[in-house]
Write a protein that binds this ligand. Sequence first.
Ligand code: ATP
Ligand code: MG
Length: 477
Amino acid sequence: MKTKSRLTKADITPDQEIRLFREFASWSKKRKHEYIKKSPRERALRLKYTWKAWARDKQLAPEGNWSTWVIKAGRGWGKTRTGAEWVIEKAEAYPGCHIALVGRTVADVRDVMIKGRSGIIPISPPWFTPTYYPSKRLLVWPNGSYATTYSADEPDQMRGPQHSFAWADERASWQYDDAWDQLSFGLRIYPSPGVEPQCVVTTTPRNTKAMKLLVKDPTTHVTNGSMYDNQENLAKRFIRDIERRYTGTRLGRQEIEGEIIDDIDGALWKRDWIEDNRLTFEEYPELKRIVVAINPPDNGNTDIEGPAEAGIIVAGLGTDNRGYVLADYSLPGTPNEWASEALEAYKKFEADCIVGEINHGGEMVGSVVKSTAESSGMRHVPFEIVRASRGRQPLAETISNLYQKKAISHLGAFPDLEDQQCNWLQGERTPDRFGACVWALTNLMIMYGSSDAFRTEDIEQIIKKDVEQWDLQLQAG
Ligand SMILES: Nc1ncnc2c1ncn2[C@@H]1O[C@H](COP(=O)(O)OP(=O)(O)OP(=O)(O)O)[C@@H](O)[C@H]1O
Ligand SMILES: [Mg+2]
């Protein structure tokens, strides 16, 4: 059947029209914009909002019988845009369908997947823009299709609801694999007879078991991509920043090329030591001590591009004398900002104390925490100093030994911390989260841990075991 094309005003079939869109997509950005400028409004709008007229081939859903389409690509490749466009296409094609939108955190779903530059609302055509009800975690399209938003750090939200389609953004950075399991269980409503439910995963990859399993699954279709595939659409400054940060570094292949990178020769940590002992929140024992360790931003570290971050790690000592990494609150910011964040963590986890390391601004950390606590009306915040008498290297080695001996578990995944652990070579400066994690576990496992089973022989020389405590004795009003 012939239809009147709004693109060409000629009588052509839908297939021919798609071919025209794909031809348009192959033009340079400049030529496209010039053509649109000269086109009548209706045609210009249609072109502007037809994804097939812009997407690179790899950004269009593959043919075939896949259940999950994993787009594993470098920074800025267009992952989020591709996921959002796919969701819009499904919402339009299957009126009334229910879609799950899952991001790493509540803020990521709202600010990246829905309202961000490549998110669903800004890229939707005016005639098919969904209404967003943030308090109901709902997007509703004019044809009755609707999407519910979920945060991967609250996997319980996904227990129960059922969907026909799902989009999971930055899957490799989710803290809990349980979120993925719940999402998969709920993906079981046929959008129409004979059409299977499907999920799109868009992510910069990480070397995690979950990621490797997903990529290996025979029902998964994998698309790989490099940041440079999308350079035409990226600000030069963005590319320069990423290159400055990652070119020539071990993480470059992951962050720019989207490759899953293996263990690094000579690194103190192995991925398996973390993976094999990873636990969920249901699995960890009672904790007899919890600390929040701070490694202040290393502003003098010229290896780090972009704002230096304060490493803030929460960890606990179990009644089984094993160590548990509970949360990563690290952030870039002023001393007041990172101290407030650490105090938030201190309150939330009802921690026993805040920890700093003497050679890493420990005393400064103590005073900043003290003044911030005072100004927020907190009365009593114990602060302890870790003192590595033979430097931080033997200390990091000791903690990595504890990981190897299965004495430490991460509760969920902390991708940024784990990247730092598995990429750190001796002699390099200690990155933010990594340092904080070492100080926290030193305090718990070595200064307070009671089991000799996990002690290394020369522990006595490595750290001074007598605990230096500062009771800040705050005089808050
Ligand atoms: N085919 C395309 N045509 C035009 N613009 C595109 C195309 N693909 C992506 N873009 C644009 O490129 C920019 C980066 O895309 P997007 O935010 O989706 O990348 P990303 O891979 O999710 O990045 P990040 O790694 O930062 O999460 C956005 O402005 C997006 O709209
Ligand atoms: Mg993105």
